[in-house]
Design a protein around this ligand. Sequence first.
Ligand SMILES: [Zn+2]
Length: 473
Amino acid sequence: MQLEFFGAAGEVTGSCHIVRAAGRQLLLDCGMIQGGADAPARNRRNFPFEPQSIDAVVLSHAHIDHCGRLPLLVKRGYRGPIYTNGACADLLPILLRDTAELAMREAERANRDLASGEERVTPLFDIADVEAVLRQVKSMRFDQPRELFPGITVRVRDAGHILGSSSVELWVSEGAVSRKLVFSGDLGQYDTPILQDPFAFEAADLVLMESTYGDRLHRGREGTERELGSILAQAARDGGNVVIPAFAIGRSQEILYLFAKHYDEWQLARWKIFLDSPMAIAASRVYWKHPDRFDAEATRLRAGFRGMPPLPNLVLSGSSDDSRAINNIRGGAIVIAGSGMANGGRVLHHLKHNLWRPECHVIIVGFQAPGTLGRQLVDRLPEVRIHGERIRVAAQVHTLGGLSAHGDQTQLLRWYDSFKGRPPVFLVHGEVPAAEALAVKLREHGASVTVTRPGLQIDLASVPALAHDLPSS
Ligand SMILES: [Zn+2]
């Protein structure tokens, strides 16, 4: 029995790990690599396994850096089941169809400008591949163990990161030898709006853990909400617009939820709020459809919500005409639009129209991978390029780490501390400095820690057995 690291080892995107046990091969996630000029080429490379040889995929959540290469896997021959929880299964079509359409549009555009003799560009995958993925999805209930194959049992627990985000418990056995692996997936903050806290595990022989913010401490939730309120107050005084690049799934819903929660206190009636993303609009509907995943506060507030949180001045911008109309607004608009790292999508137009104006504000609310426009804004570059145009950054850029979908160092340590017997940790899903910083802290908490790299293989049988909690499925 063996674990091999392939993607999101030494970096944040492209999550994919391979488990070989009981004569089967399983993938944990099959995500897209994002950010960096070489990302498109890296995504096209061959997998280090034959897609036909995989027996099952277990998907932690619907973010594209975890699910984005599933259509490619299917295109290259994978026909097996893709297990995930029901909320993730509801979000998956929204994300994957959007990704395919984007890829197809980009390929079309590239082919239009083709010089004669140049090879035609094909999209990484198309909508037919996505539909094939969706037919292979099998929903699992949270907290219910399921035997996938003799000797392989899985159970998903809430990871509190976005709706339908899970940590994965995996029991594998061969003859008398059995081991339990816990894969954190992406871990949310403990007091994330709407969602439940990450599940507190007790037993594992080996822990695969994310480390996105392993070197960072977020401002507390209350402080963060206060800061957001005061940025909006300042922006109202300045008289410009506010642009919030946000992931369609997760941040968009949480921001709307916070706006609804603080509507009077933050005097939001003076703004026009745009959710400028068909994908975020669709994802919001899925969010409000899964109150079983809500925390106590959201459950209480939901009693007064019908469908979306009640924002009388919320405009859902579905069509591109709706979106373009926002460009004419000089002040008084809060625009939430994707992509979350500002490396594409409608938010680019809004940034192009507002970044150069000192009375405008940009609020960064999520992780920004190196090489993205969002990262350049966080790094306070005085000038950026959008659609080939040079734009001076005069707007005020705020980074609200406390709204992140990922737990910070303290919260990651808290998650690990619930394990009994200090199981060894393999850190994934973090840039090396973040993972190294978390490793130092985890070692102080008694763990043996490995910062993973692609191709690293672990013989699971050689890991000492600590967990004895194989559930009957
Ligand atoms: Zn995620």
